[in-house]
Design a protein around this ligand. Structure first.
Ligand code: ZN
Length: 465
């Protein structure tokens, strides 16, 4: 199995630390709002990597964090007049709902930054003891970047070029740094911010620290795969490497995987361009299975363009698979229990094609093509005369290959009009009772089934998506 490694800029054969086991860490979202579709791409891509590794028989320990202390969370909390923890708790729950809709399996462990502070303090102390970090006069602790000789090995940047340019690394507190390129491990609190006691100052961790600490705690000092969006290569992952390798004295991760950007209508997604979509917004128009299918329709290292046309194409593509599966289920029920005489070779050849695509750095685009070929084969070679064993074989094969991509092949049950009306009435009552959590839950439940609600002066109107 070949994986493109950002470290070596090459595809490399997967060799895990422990045979048959994969230790995998994926940087998770900062939870200050609903996740956007840019966050959804790494979730779907790396969930698929995990599923394929499991299909190949690996036991995968999959860790993905939630950053629950950060400037954006604090800002939102101040705007809403509540605790930062209220914001993060709410949006972790919302993120998990979106993950479920996209059929992204929960990680083995989802650590939270705020729950790992003692381990973070320990790592900072180790780095200070080893001379890789220093507290400045105001209590900020910095990483002494220049002392870590391999710095830049992931992003392939030279340390002296960093000093000349790259404003992003010359962040906060530059007046108290020894060197412009040093980065923050621990920083003093500002008025109204959540803070923890430390030997250096009352404060909170810098963002990069949590991933080094959580990877070590839940996976060990050496891991197999570290993954995330390509925007994290520098400085986040570069700084994680510096922290972990300086503290532990071991290679942090063997393979570094990064997914490319998601553009919207060929433009970078941004709030100011008005082309910013949350997964929740997409779920009002499409089944999130369509979003998943769309995300996997390109190789994860290729930039992906999101547009209404491409989503429609994905919807149709997915529909084609579901329709074929429905037909196979019907034929299977009717098929005769006779000896299997059909040729299995074309089926097996397509499974091989699928596996070869996935084993070439997880080429899901080609893997989906193999599934489409299999669907075509099913539509032509499976008939009312087919043996039950053959129908079952074809059906189970498509089902298995889709499942590895996280694509659910069963059509969702259509809700009857009367059941919808009943749920809407229940939601209205919940709102009257000021039970907004229940009201929202019902609306989400309906949205997941493709029923959109609109509150109008004449009452609630609904449409099928
Ligand atoms: Zn991270």
């Amino acid at each position: 199995m070949k994986i493109y490694n950002t470290l070596s800029k090459q595809k490399e054969e997967l060799k895990t630390i422990e045979p048959g086991k994969v230790r995998m860490y994926v940087c998770g979202p900062t939870v200050y709002n609903y996740i956007h579709i840019g966050n959804a791409r790494p979730m779907i891509v790396f969930d698929t990597v995990r599923r394929y590794l499991e299909y190949k028989g690996y036991e995968v320990n999959y860790v993905s964090n939630f950053t629950d202390v950060d400037d954006k969370i604090i800002k939102t909390a101040i705007e809403e007049g509540c605790d930062a923890s209220e914001i993060s708790t709410r949006f972790i729950a919302e993120c998990k709902k979106d993950m479920e809709g996209m059929n992204v399996r929960p990680a083995t462990t989802h650590p939270l930054a705020t729950q790992e502070i003692p381990e973070m303090l320990e790592m900072v102390q180790t780095l200070i003891d080893k001379g890789y970090a220093y507290p400045s006069a105001d209590g900020t602790v910095y990483f002494r970047t220049r002392k870590f000789a391999p710095y830049g090995k992931l992003s392939h940047k030279k340390i002296d070029d960093l000093q000349a340019g790259h404003r992003e690394i010359k962040v906060t507190g530059s007046s108290t740094k020894e060197d412009d390129i040093d980065f923050v491990l621990w920083k003093p609190k500002k008025e109204g911010e959540p803070a923890w006691t430390s030997p250096w100052c009352e404060g909170r961790p810098g963002w990069h620290l949590e991933c080094s600490v959580m990877a070590k705690k839940y996976l060990g000092e050496e891991i197999d795969i570290h993954a995330g969006g390509e925007d994290l290569i520098f400085p986040h992952h570069e700084n994680e490497i510096a922290q972990s390798e300086a503290a532990n004295g071991k290679e942090f991760s063997r393979y570094w995987m990064h997914n490319a950007f998601l553009n919207i209508d060929n433009k970078k997604m941004s709030k100011s361009l008005g082309n910013f979509f949350t997964v929740r917004e997409i779920s009002e128009k499409y089944d999130l299975q369509v979003l998943r299918f769309f995300m996997l329709s390109a190789h994860y290292r290729s930039p992906l363009n999101f547009s209404a046309d491409l989503m429609e194409a994905s919807k149709n593509g997915l529909e084609r698979i579901l329709t074929a599966m429905e037909r196979l289920t019907e034929l299977e029920a009717k098929a005769a229990d006779k000896e299997l005489t059909e040729d299995l070779e074309p089926v097996n050849a397509l499974v091989k094609k699928y596996e070869e695509a996935m084993e070439d750095d997880f080429n899901t685009a080609d893997a989906i093509s193999a599934i489409f070929e299999l669907v075509k084969l099913a539509n032509t070679s499976v008939t009312e005369e087919s043996s039950k064993a053959y129908v079952t074989k074809v059906k189970n094969t498509i089902n298995k290959l889709c499942d590895v991509l996280g694509i659910i092949t069963e059509k969702k049950e259509e809700l009857l009009d009367s059941a919808i009306e009943e749920l809407i009435a229940k939601r209205q009552q919940a709102r009257k009772d000021k039970n907004f959590a229940l009201a929202d839950q019902i609306r989400d439940e309906l949205a997941a089934k493709g029923i959109l609600l609109k509150d109008t002066r004449e009452g609630v109107k609904w449409t099928r998506a």
